[in-house]
Design a protein around this ligand. Structure first.
Ligand code: EPU
Length: 338
């Protein structure tokens, strides 16, 4: 079913809770609805996909159409192998509901990604990740509507060009596709991924490395470090962890012994912790008017009340400048700024 809303307030549709409006929102729950939406003479000229609104910052009125996928079915599509199961979830499914569903069905692979806010359709776009796992580790195929070709198409995992917080959907397919569902390959065989030290400790305090204990441990860590968007507007990590040449990372490490440093997919590079850099620049808990840097995780910018998107952007630029001055490292926004 297609529902159309005009001149619609966005405050409750973005996790930063900024007050902007959109000319139009079209909510749909079947992939065939997209044929109808884009076939008509008045097919939207300017559009953007709004999932859970968890990784977006509106800085002005959206003068176009926000497409909101509402389908939330989860189904097993291939249960024939002894070791793995293929599951398809529609784009509008709440990500954490999907993870809970996997845990209830004793399927391994998504548990470290518990409590990440957002929808299943958004997961492949920025290849969501946490605690040593990424969505790409479980995504099998992505089904989408190609707006230019007006066709329903599918990409296999290897065709999605997944990388740290990146995919083809942020690259060459940006602004061209609407993801309608994602197929996941999950394991029946236990595969605990406890490489992340804090997680291992938190799981051990609960007993065995069961799916339930891992999910509960991840939820507990996230709740202790990250602000609840229902209480304090935010979009999770505002910045990506920067990936820099190994030589630069090692120079910084020599000058800052306790600086966290992670390997990157490219062996000539290293990944730094943007949260640590911002923290060391003295900005953790910093506040300017209605916007601020979270006091437990400096990677998260928060709305303390009635901030506008422009105020958040001004704070982000200030943070970027301070980190650049102190460490010579540029940090990039992870959040989509509209
Ligand atoms: N750190 C500080 N101060 C801070 C924040 C972090 O010193 O204010 C240090 C930590 O002590 C640690 C290192 O920086 O040594 C990394 O911190 P953390 O483990 O909290 O992870 P992160 O790199 O800051 C990433 C993801 C998070 C995800 C965590 C856990 C990105 C952009 N962020 O954060 O994802 O939950 O790892 O795996 O990659 C999100 O995307 O919204 C998100 C919260």
């Amino acid at each position: 079913m297609i529902k159309i809303f005009t001149d619609h307030p966005l405050r409750d549709l973005n996790s930063f809770h900024v007050e902007e409006r959109a000319d139009q929102i079209i909510e749909f729950d079947r992939r065939e609805d997209l044929d109808e939406i884009f076939a008509e003479a008045d097919a939207p000229a300017k559009w953007y996909v709004l999932g859970g609104g968890n990784n977006i910052l509106f800085t002005r009125r959206y003068e176009g159409t926000l497409l909101h996928p509402a389908g939330q079915q989860i189904r097993i599509i291939d249960d024939c192998s002894e070791s793995s199961v293929l599951v398809e979830a529609e784009a509008g499914t709440d990500w954490d509901r999907f993870v809970e569903w996997c845990v209830e069905h004793e399927l391994w692979g998504a548990e470290n990604l518990s409590l990440i806010p957002g929808t299943v359709g958004a997961a492949p776009v920025q290849n969501i990740g946490a605690y040593g796992a990424e969505a790409k580790d479980v995504i099998h195929r992505v089904h989408y509507f190609d707006v230019e070709q007006r066709r329903h198409l599918t990409l296999l995992n290897a065709e999605c060009h997944f990388a740290y917080r990146d995919s083809i959907f942020k690259g060459e397919l940006r602004g061209r596709v609407v993801i309608t569902s994602v197929e996941f390959k999950l394991s029946r065989t236990p595969q605990p991924n406890l490489g992340y030290g804090d997680l291992k400790r938190e799981v051990e305090s609960r007993g065995e490395a069961t799916l339930r204990n891992i999910r509960d441990a991840v939820c507990a860590i996230r709740r202790s470090k990250l602000p609840n968007t229902a209480v304090q507007g935010n979009a999770g990590s505002f910045f990506k962890n920067p990936i820099v040449d190994k030589a630069i990372a090692e120079q910084l490490k020599a000058a800052n012994e306790n600086m966290p440093l992670y390997p990157a997919a490219d062996p000539t590079k290293s990944k730094l912790a943007a949260g640590w850099l911002i923290d060391q620049a003295g900005l953790k808990g910093y506040r300017s008017g209605c916007v601020g840097v979270h006091d437990r995780q400096a990677l998260v910018l928060v709305n303390h009340g009635s901030a506008t998107g422009k105020e958040v952007v001004a704070l982000a630029e200030y943070v970027q400048q301070r980190v650049l001055e102190k460490f010579g490292i540029g940090i990039e926004a992870e959040v989509n700024i509209l």
